[in-house]
Structures are given as C-alpha cells and as structure tokens.
Ligand binder design. Structure first.
Ligand SMILES: Nc1nc2c(ncn2[C@@H]2O[C@H](COP(=O)(O)OP(=O)(O)OP(=O)(O)O)[C@@H](O)[C@H]2O)c(=O)[nH]1
Length: 223
C-alpha cells in the first residue's frame, strides 16, 4: 500500500475509500490515525475532535484516496450516530487490550453495523490496540481473534505507540478487502448490463432451485 519507507504516494486519478474509525473512549483511535498518516506517535489529542483525513496511496498498483474519519467515543452501539455508518466503505473498530469494556463495545458495534450494512458486505476490522502494555492486558488476544473470525471480521493486534508496522498492515488489510468488494460489485454490474449473460445465470439459478425442491420433496416423502 505504501513504499518501503511508508511515505504516502501522491498521484493523479484516484478512487475513494472511506474508513470510519470507531470505538470506546481512550482506546487510541486518534493515535492510530496520526501514526498511520504521519508515522509519529503523539501522546494526547483533543477528545472532542471529529475530522476526516485524506491520503493517496497505491494498492496493488492502483491509486486510491483513503479518507479516514476520526469519530468521538461511542460507548454502545445504541449511541452510534448514523453519519459514519452510511458514509463508510469499511470500519476499523478499535478496542484496548487493557480495557475489557472497550472490547464489549466493539462486539456491540459489530452487531449494529451488521444490521445496518450487512447486505452490502462492508468490511470490518477489529483492531486490538495497546498490545505493548502486555502486563496490563485484561483479555486474550487469541480469543478476540477467534471471536472475530466467527463474525467474519478481520482482526489485527496493534500498538500505536510501539509498532507502526502493525498499523500500516491493518489499514492495508482493510483497504484490500474493500477493493475485493468493489471488484465483486463491478463484476456483478457488468453481468447485469449484459442481458444474455444475465438470462443464462437466471436459467442456471432456476434449475438449481428446481433441483433443491426435488431433493427436499424426496427427503420429506421418505420421513
Ligand atoms: N501504551 C500505549 N498507549 C496508547 C496507545 N495508543 C494510544 N495510547 C494512549 O491512549 C490514550 C488515548 O489515546 P487517544 O488516541 O486519544 O484515544 P481516542 O480513542 O482517540 O480517545 P477519545 O477520542 O477520547 O475517545 C492517550 O494517552 C494515548 O497516548 C498504544 O498503542 N500504547
């Protein structure tokens, strides 16, 4: 996504990827974004600040503009404002490995976002931050990862203060997943614009439905 020195590359025609960074209070949302965009770790941020930051980067040879929304804290899925939910192409849900409540917030957020956007296949990455404070962890990173995989969420263990590489990799993973979703959508719309292909697919689907119906009838008649 970036060159070897993690310099963000500026270039001409770009597609946009909007990423909303959500999570509980003090989990490190601003620290992660600043680390990603500037390569630096800064100790304190204005907690009221809500802003969008942009950068141009290449992903697999194509140029993208990544817009990152730093949101103020959301303590539960019910407090979530609608704005970032429908603005984003992908979500980075941050929790702190030293704050169990922040993990529960992320679990609630996954449920809320799935309900709001699931049919669109919007990628979600759960970012377990503050991995450097290993002596203070209140949960097992392995268990968090297992939960995420059960929810079809991406997972990354990161540290904004000590491990910049982990932050770059997490954003890269998320952007690549967005690109895969875009590609799938483009392929679908290409297919739907070609009546002959669409008709072929429809016939194939009807035959499949028919076969399933027959199988179901056979099963129920032998019960
Ligand atoms: N040790 C350690 N501290 C971190 C890390 N990331 C953030 N912090 C610290 O955690 C505190 C909160 O970080 P912020 O980036 O302000 O967190 P936030 O989620 O944006 O906070 P709110 O906007 O108030 O919800 C700050 O004191 C950061 O220095 C990390 O990876 N390791």
């Amino acid at each position: 996504m970036e060159d070897k020195n993690h310099k963000h590359v500026q270039n001409g025609s770009c597609r946009d990827i909007n990423i909303a960074v959500l999570g509980g209070k003090g989990v490190g949302k601003s620290a992660i974004i600043v680390r990603y965009l500037t390569g630096r770790f800064i100790g304190d941020y204005d907690p009221e600040m809500e802003a969008i930051f942009s950068t141009n980067i290449p992903i697999d040879g194509k140029h993208y503009t990544i817009n990152i929304k730093d949101t103020t804290s959301y303590f539960s899925g019910h407090d979530l404002k609608e704005d970032p939910i429908f603005w984003a192409d992908a979500f980075m849900l941050v929790f702190s490995l030293i704050d169990l409540a922040s993990y529960q917030t992320v679990q609630e957020l996954v449920e809320t976002l799935r309900m709001a956007r699931d049919d669109e296949g919007v990628p979600i990455l759960a970012a377990a931050n503050k991995s450097d404070l290993v002596h203070l962890w209140t949960m097992s990173s392995v268990e968090c990862e297992a939960w995420c995989s059960g929810q079809q969420c991406l997972f990354a263990e990161i540290s904004a203060s000590e491990d910049p590489e982990s932050i770059y990799k997490a954003f890269e993973l998320l952007c690549k997943r967005v690109r895969a979703v875009h590609k799938k959508r483009e392929k679908l719309s290409w297919t739907l614009q070609r009546p002959a292909v669409a008709a072929k697919l429809q016939i194939r689907q009807s035959l499949k439905n028919l076969a399933e119906k027959k199988l179901w009838r056979t099963r129920t008649s032998t019960m």
